[in-house]
Design a protein around this ligand. Structure first.
Ligand code: FAD
Length: 629
């Protein structure tokens, strides 16, 4: 059939965000010839948009901070559903990953005595986020890119070729992970500019493709986040875990409509910003749930004192984990106490001098000035929830980042599940992707080295992947991919959004089945040279699979926990604490279903980690049998 270029590598990393780049650096440093492939320009990943900072218990701003406190906060934030070994490794290794960035040239903001400055964020007991103003992700990506260039220069000195051991394929999309029997043999991809197909053969593939936000109408995510890695793993036979947990960040822009959903960083609240409703009330004091009551201020005065004297006061409830704040904003708007454009007010103008706001929150200042004509040094912002992050993802081994059930497949960063349980704390993604990006690269390199004979790539599999990719040209313009995408986003927003109900989710599943049938007839015109309609038609397969996982798991979990809120099951149920929901591809697809769902019990939490919590607190979370044990 089509003649397809092939190249041989030891490790292929799909994705050039923080997780992918950190994995690639590690794999190359361990001696593996490594290829990185990314959908957009090198350097333009989600990670570059990260604003607030990287969470790491370095104890620069508060000497009491330790990995144990960070672990505790992460487990509380995730409502104890976190893959606890991941949360442990993450808390232990995050400080080293931040120091390492400095040795590679990153420059974080400093404290007065010259240490890396750390700021407050929701759910973190101490100021813990290392940051560069509100442009931390940019510095992170710049540093990792610089490290990659340094490695390539080293390779050039030794081999005369910059790309002999580490090569970046930018603006290329992977559509299939190829397999030899049960194990990975490479990836099938196309160049977005030319439409040319090619294959990268490798015994080990690291998936680091980020999130799924583009399946929802209101989102902080950019065009690339169509759940590709989640779908690629499913199609390769790996399960996804706990896909019902989608994080709706409490503060996205709500006005003007063209920018609805764009993120307003949590640093605004971390640095003193307060939330008010249309009646001027700081309503968050009315929304502190029982599990957090002892840890949050009961009055505005106490909350305000905490910024100056955190030892003797409790933190303000604006700094509760994101799921709590998002639900509270939703409830205020629903109760008719919202702002003119359907959000609430977030104010820093009365809390900090204008020059401090411009220094600490420069991107926010420009974002509001340029996009909404609002001067945040003089007036309040209008904000509301926006789909931001997916906690669910590829089910991985905590230590090695190996995907379950598919030898040679690894996953790291937002595409991997487990680490954040039912809700991620702000700042814990950048640290997650550095910690587990490194681990994925390390173990992928080791795996590749231990593979005796390279797994062969089957010609028939390449032909099948090429036929699948070309199908939209054969279909004719019977269904329009843009219309299908809009309908999908609307359905997910309205029926599987921030507050969920059984009937609506059942309706969503019916709509998804119809959309899947229509997507099979989605056609495009023109040719393969940069054809966005064609690209979207291919992305639709991924968004539909992932959306079905979210809807099916959300319907199954009859409780409210973290990012998953059921109006018909409003309580967090201890009996669900140790239950994971696993999604696999249904083969053959059942009655309108592409996905099979099974329950699985989580591993018992290790006793020394449980001992970090008070018994009274554990009683609120753990299932009955876990408490007896
Ligand atoms: P990404 O950075 O999302 O990179 C994914 C890569 O995969 C990209 O290179 C993309 O091109 C590539 N890709 C995708 N599909 C394919 C395919 N099919 N083929 C080839 N390549 C593909 N977290 C924090 O911890 N702190 C913060 O302050 C913070 N602020 C944020 C602000 C915003 C506005 C947003 C949107 C998120 C923020 N987050 C923050 C979350 C965090 O930025 C992301 O979770 C994180 O960057 C994800 O990193 P990643 O490496 O997993 O993937």
């Amino acid at each position: 059939m089509s003649v397809v270029d092939r190249q041989e590598w030891d490790v292929v990393v799909v994705g050039a965000g923080g997780a992918g780049l950190r994995a690639a650096i590690e794999a190359r440093e361990r001696g593996a010839r490594t290829a990185v492939i990314c959908k957009s320009l090198f350097g333009k990943a989600h990670t570059v948009m990260a604003e607030g900072g990287i969470a790491a218990a370095m104890a620069n701003a508060n000497e009491h901070d330790t990995w144990q406190v960070h672990f505790r906060d992460t487990m509380r934030g995730g409502k104890f559903l976190n893959q606890w070994r991941m949360a442990e490794l993450h808390a232990q290794e995050a400080p080293d990953r931040v120091w390492e960035l400095e040795t590679w040239g990153a420059l974080f903001d400093r404290t007065k005595d010259g240490r890396i400055s750390q700021r407050n964020f929701g759910g973190h007991e101490y100021p813990r986020l290392a940051h560069v103003g509100d442009r931390t992700g940019l510095e992170l990506i710049r540093t990792l890119q610089q490290k990659i260039v340094a490695l390539q220069q080293e390779d050039h000195r030794e081999t005369g070729d910059y790309e002999s051991r580490l090569k970046v394929f930018q603006e290329c999309t992977v559509t299939r992970i190829l397999k030899d029997g049960p194990r990975v043999s490479g990836v099938f991809a196309y160049e977005r500019e030319t439409g040319r197909f090619f294959v990268l053969e490798a015994p080990a593939v690291v998936v680091a493709t980020g999130g799924i936000g583009k399946s929802f109408k209101v989102t902080s995510n950019s065009w690339e986040y169509t759940g590709d890695g989640h779908a690629l793993a499913l199609l390769a036979g790996a399960p996804l875990v706990n896909m019902e947990f989608v994080q709706f960040h409490p503060t996205g822009m709500v006005w003007p409509p063209s920018v609805k959903g764009i993120l307003v960083t949590e640093s605004v609240r971390g640095d003193g910003g307060v939330l008010r409703n249309s009646e001027g009330e700081r309503f968050m004091f009315d929304y502190v749930p029982d599990v957090f009551k002892e840890k949050y201020a009961e009055s505005e005065e106490e909350g305000d004192r905490w910024y100056e004297d955190p030892e003797h006061n409790r933190r303000p409830p604006e700094l509760l984990p994101r799921d709590e704040v998002a639900r509270a904003i939703n409830a205020e708007v629903k109760a008719g106490r919202g702002s003119p454009h359907g959000g609430v007010f977030l104010d820093v103008s009365t809390r900090m001098p204008a020059e401090v706001i411009k220094r600490r929150l420069p991107s926010m200042y420009h974002q509001f000035k340029e996009l909404a004509d609002v001067d945040i040094t003089a007036e309040a912002m209008e904000v509301g929830p926006t789909c931001h992050y997916v906690m669910g993802g590829i089910s991985v081994d905590s230590d090695t980042a190996a995907a379950r059930g598919v030898p040679g497949l690894f996953a790291a960063g937002e595409v991997a599940g487990g680490m954040h349980g039912s809700n991620r704390l702000g700042g814990n993604s950048l640290s997650d992707l550095l910690v587990f990006g490194r681990r994925a690269g390390l173990h992928a390199a080791r795996y590749a080295e231990a593979t005796d004979a390279r797994p062969p790539v089957d010609e028939a599999e390449i032909d099948a992947a090429a036929t699948e990719a070309l199908r939209p040209f054969a279909a004719g313009p019977e269904e329009n991919p843009y219309t299908l995408h809009q309908e999908l986003q609307q359905a997910m927003n309205d029926l599987v959004g921030i507050i969920r109900r059984q009937g609506e989710m059942e309706q969503a599943l019916e709509r998804l089945a119809q959309l899947r049938a229509r997507a099979a007839r989605a056609g495009v015109e023109g040719h393969r040279q940069f054809n966005p309609g064609w690209h979207l038609a291919l992305d639709l397969r991924n968004m539909l699979l992932v959306s079905e996982c979210v809807a099916r798991a959300a319907l199954e979990r009859t409780e409210s926990r973290g990012g998953h809120t059921r109006e018909d099951h409003p309580a967090m149920e201890r009996a669900w604490r140790n239950v994971n929901l696993l999604c696999r591809l249904a083969e053959p697809p059942g009655d309108g279903a592409a996905i099979d769902l099974v329950r699985e019990n989580t591993d018992p939490i290790r006793a020394d980690l449980l001992a970090l919590f008070e018994k009274e607190e554990l009683v609120k979370y753990l299932a009955e049998e876990e408490l007896y044990r």
